[in-house]
Design a protein around this ligand. Structure first.
Ligand code: PMT
Length: 318
């Protein structure tokens, strides 16, 4: 088989710039992320970049149909809150309309059902919140406002796979100046396949043409250039999701061997809310929610974040 002399990380980097359109705002966002990271590192704070949510891949240029995945962004959004509670500043790179820190707690609520007019007042009258409809709203609102006022959370949105890939690269480069104070927590479920723009039909695919056959290309893996070139001193955590538990740990170990980063959080689709394994080069550590913890509404992300922030402290002192 013919072999290329181009290093794999350079190849991934090259195919990124050639095959995925660069979003127009990427340089501006990169500057914001760099300023955010430097500001917080100067205040002796660690900075975590969280990726969150799924990606959708269009099948037509004037998109009617696309391929999507299951990810709600809950893992990323709840982890952001626990990182903030642990003293980190957070860059939250998330898919548009996926779950968001703090507001995620009220996603099932119809806002209008939780509001009422103050009685006996002339117009304009005040609107009151029914706290039964929005449990813990006072505590959550206070925390959200404190985080916002302290400038500890920088949200960055992506819509398309191209945006995700370029913004992740920009984030990695922006955080490289703070060295090992940066953590990457890659919880997003990123599509492995896509149709290049040059091979995509412009108009809606016609069902009158019969059954659809599509060929998709592999999306370049971002982990290798991220670890080797863009942010080589950072503490990098990837995630591995499988539906077959019997191959989970082997796949997690393979990812560690391939990319040489610090840890993989391994999870199975059906049990991901209550069970994960944190796999490092020399260890594996199960995190489980007990029935009692589930009853008390403890979240597995609380355990993941506290385990990883301790590991990050050790990493920084090496
Ligand atoms: O959002 P939720 O509904 O709460 O679900 C959370 C989750 C199940 C999505 C999350 O816990 C999880 O497991 N995310 C990773 C899913 C996965 O298996 O990814 P992967 O094997 O395709 O990729 C491995 C790692 O590389 C991931 O950390 C991914 O974010 C990253 N990646 C993948 C491809 C790519 N082109 N670039 C990347 O950065």
């Amino acid at each position: 088989m013919a072999q290329s002399n181009v290093p794999v990380s350079a190849a991934a980097d090259e195919s990124l710039s050639e095959e995925f359109a660069v979003p127009s705002h990427v340089e501006e966002v990169k500057k914001q992320m760099a300023e955010f990271a430097e500001h917080h590192a100067a205040a002796n704070r660690r900075v975590v970049l969280i990726t969150s949510g799924g990606t959708k891949v269009p099948l037509e240029s004037r998109t009617v149909r696309f391929l999507d995945n299951f990810s709600s962004g809950r893992r990323g959004a709840s982890s952001a809150e626990y990182f903030l509670d642990s003293g980190y500043a957070v860059i939250f790179l998330h898919r548009h309309r996926s779950l968001y820190p703090y507001t995620r707690l009220y996603t099932g609520v119809n806002l209008l059902d939780s509001l009422k007019f103050e009685s006996g007042e002339e117009e304009p009258c005040r609107v009151l919140v029914d706290q039964k409809e929005l449990p813990n709203i006072l505590k959550v609102l206070k925390r959200y406002q404190a985080v916002k006022e302290a400038g500890l959370l920088l949200p960055v949105e992506f819509n398309t796979l191209s945006e995700y890939l370029h913004l992740l690269k920009a984030a990695a480069q922006a955080l490289s100046s703070i060295g090992s104070k940066a953590m990457f927590y890659l919880a997003a479920a990123v599509s492995d396949f896509y149709i290049p723009a040059s091979e995509m039909p412009e108009h809606k695919i016609q069902s009158s043409n019969g059954p659809l056959q599509i060929t998709m290309k592999m999306v370049p893996k971002m982990l290798r250039p991220l670890v080797k070139d863009w942010a080589p001193q950072a503490f990098v955590i990837s995630f591995k999701l499988e539906t077959d538990p019997s191959i989970l740990l082997e796949r997690a170990r393979r990812a560690l061997d391939t990319y040489s980063h610090q840890a993989v959080v391994a999870n199975v689709l059906d049990t991901r809310r209550g069970y994960v394994v944190i796999v490092t080069k020399n260890s594996q550590h199960e995190l489980i929610l007990t029935d009692e913890e589930v009853q008390k509404e403890v979240e597995i992300e609380d355990k993941i974040v506290s385990k990883l922030s301790v590991a990050h402290t050790q990493f920084m002192s090496q």
